[in-house]
Write a protein that binds this ligand. Structure first.
Ligand SMILES: Cc1ncc(C[n+]2csc(CCOP(=O)(O)OP(=O)(O)O)c2C)c(N)n1
Length: 210
């Protein structure tokens, strides 16, 4: 049997959805100043296009850091719900973070994985999730028991609603189409950081500006 024929896509029956639509549905459920950390590229672009909340942070430059950053914020502010939005390629680059999340087990952390089966922004090279790797299976085996593929938009909404109740950590994976992110974000790291710190209420509380 070839690796391809055991492919992850055959391992689940999730509908192929659209990242911008799902991001908007997700943001529409946020009512309590939840922090949202967008991963590099398209995850960020669609988060930006869904409305620029001061509690949003947009990672620039390095793949795989939306979840580690979210874990830190979730530990620092346990009363605030924190969501990480990450692409499949970026998660695959930083898989160890899943077991760290499971070990630390913050109830207030939700991970959303946008699985388009490719490194889209650099030219559409296929990721292993297009064929052999099942990201939900990896998350469960890493210790995040509360991990699921969203079968369709309605189930995505339900999974988000449940996750926001704060019995996490949880991971929701969505298969998405190849539509590029809707808008480019402003690439101003200092402004992104300052706005986020103000949005989280930590600006001016002895946190270093360096
Ligand atoms: C550490 C690192 N390696 C490579 C890159 C180049 N790079 C930027 S985005 C990207 C692809 C990201 O893929 P994915 O997270 O699946 O998001 P998609 O582009 O498919 O939306 C790559 C390879 C980078 N920025 N950082």
């Amino acid at each position: 049997m070839t690796a391809k024929s055991t492919g992850a896509i055959g391992a689940h029956n999730a509908k192929v959805m659209n990242r911008l639509e799902l991001t908007r549905r997700l943001v529409g459920q946020l009512k309590r100043d939840e922090a949202v950390i967008g991963g590099i590229g398209n995850a960020n672009f669609d988060l930006w296009a869904s409305g620029q909340r001061p509690q949003n942070f947009y990672m620039l430059g390095s793949m795989g850091l939306a979840i580690p950053i979210s874990l830190g914020v979730a530990i620092a502010q346990p009363r605030r719900h924190v969501l990480a939005l990450e692409g499949d390629g970026s998660l695959l680059m930083q898989l160890g973070c899943l077991s760290t999340v499971a070990q630390q087990a913050p109830k207030n952390l939700t991970i959303i994985v946008w699985d388009n089966g490719m490194y889209q922004i650099t030219g559409g090279q296929p990721t292993t999730s297009a064929t052999t790797a099942d990201l939900v299976g990896i998350a469960r085996a890493s210790g995040i028991a509360n991990s699921a593929w969203a079968a369709d938009e309605a189930e995505f909404d339900r999974l988000v609603t449940t996750a926001l109740k704060g019995e996490g950590p949880s991971l929701i994976a969505a298969r998405i189409d190849g539509k590029p992110g809707a808008e480019k974000i402003e690439r101003d790291p200092v402004q992104i950081r300052e706005r986020f710190m103000r949005g989280l209420g930590v600006k001016g509380q002895g946190v270093s500006n360096q």
